[in-house]
Design a protein around this ligand. Structure first.
Ligand SMILES: [Cu+2]
Length: 129
């Protein structure tokens, strides 16, 4: 009985410690999610010629295996070359190649995991004149 109670208390104590550690670390973790800093083409911009590569620079390092970038046409077709990658020499840079794009508006969709394992995602458009 006493041993059983002791184990029960140990489990509760462990849970409390884990909760406190997570609670105390959370504010420090929350600011290191990865968010876009800038991109090429710029968010919402109109470019005179089709880019060959779409690039997004993030504000913190990305996990290459879990970070992805896609480009869709407005009618939902995937138009990129499916070679999304994090630049090996710059872990904040995510890029994907595109073939020559006809005039129109395109949607860039990003989905990344930062080094703190937190996932963020978003999208923006650019237009080829
Ligand atoms: Cu985070």
């Amino acid at each position: 009985m006493i041993t059983g109670t002791g184990r029960f208390l140990d489990i509760r104590a462990s849970a409390t410690v884990i909760f406190l550690v997570v609670y105390l670390l959370t504010p420090g973790i929350s600011w290191c999610h990865a968010f876009p800093d800038h991109s090429d083409p710029r968010v919402g911009s109109t470019v005179s010629a089709s880019p060959s590569v779409i690039r997004i620079w993030f504000d913190s390092d990305l996990e290459p295996a879990f970070s992805n970038l896609m480009v869709h046409s407005m009618d939902g077709r995937m138009v990129d070359k499916r070679d999304s990658r994090v630049d090996p020499s710059d872990p904040k840079l995510l890029e994907v190649s595109v073939p020559p794009l006809p005039p129109g508006t395109y949607i860039v969709i990003w989905n990344v995991v930062a080094r703190d394992t937190h996932r963020t995602q978003g999208q923006f458009t650019f237009t080829v004149k």
